[in-house]
Write a protein that binds this ligand. Sequence first.
Ligand code: 5GP
Length: 369
Amino acid sequence: MTQLLSETYLDYSDILIKPKMGINLNSRKDVILQKEFKFKHGQIRTGLGVINANMATVGNFATAKKLLSKGMFATLHKHYSVSEIGEFIKQCEQEGVSTENLFITIGLKNADEQLAKLQELESKYNWGEPRNICIDAPNFYVPKALGMLEQVRKAFPDAVIMVGNIASGDMCLKLLDNADIIKCGIGSGSACLTRKQTGCGVPMVSLILECADIAHSVNGHICADGGIVDVGDICKAFCLNADFVMIGGMFAGSDEAEGDIIEKQYTTSELLNGEHVIQTKQFKQYYGMSSEYANNKFAGGMCNYKTSEGRELLIPYTGSLDKILQDITGGIASCCTYIGASKIKHMPKCATIIKVHNQLNKVFEKYSV
Ligand code: 5GP
């Protein structure tokens, strides 16, 4: 019989973090944002667990390099060739940017080819220790995903392996037999149409709680993927016990994201000398990896048995990624001072989460400049 769970599953916009007295912490600059990650299969990495999405738009070299240079983690999308990735790693090393926290993404299609890609990277381009691999599929519930993970673990026993996406604790546990980090989130992404097209998905707050609890009980880690609207959502994810937070849309309007700035002109209602004022606004293209646009670009078009589960968007241009990353580190550090956490790793134990009906005061929203 169909089961109906009566508990309301919550998203970032349904909660807030309640400030409270904690240890003496006078300044946000005293907060330690770096954390040591001890992974299930033996590896250790250090950094701030913010990572770019492995999408064509933000899983690009410029975005990855910027995140790595700021002590965060990074992924590269799966459409780069071995030689392109090899050259990128070499270039980073020459510029003093460590690639220790860089994940190379592969997909599920043509498992042997994908494995060969990693092996070639290792043999020809000296992609030695440390190795971080992301096996990405919009739906990791398909049986071939488990097989692929087993194959990759066998070939790279000492790599940090991140896999996903999934949206339930049972699958999280199963995948941790061979994976180190589980990418959790289905239907939350800003360029995603999965919930509209399939009715499937789980709100992020409840999902993080469920998956982190299960993953941490077996020394696994989780990455909360999709749905970050504001920096406060990243803080919430860490407070809820997410180890990593993956971000697409928030990075996609930046200089570093793939693609040119697109200018569009608007006729405003404002009059000047009897004429309507024309305003120019700047945008960048952001598209889901399951969108028709991505299918046309990377897979030779949509298959006739598929529906598009991603959107193509023009989102506001936001300038340098530096500013966004500073907002993120500043926001997390400030959150820590509100809850008395001296280190990012203490956020879950210091946080009290409250369920709310109204999160933000939007009264002057339309006057924002
Ligand atoms: P955002 O940060 O933009 O809210 O979410 C980024 C995440 O959306 C990605 O990391 C990925 O998990 C998900 N995503 C990317 N492209 C698509 C797509 O075409 N369809 C769906 N359902 N999800 C996508």
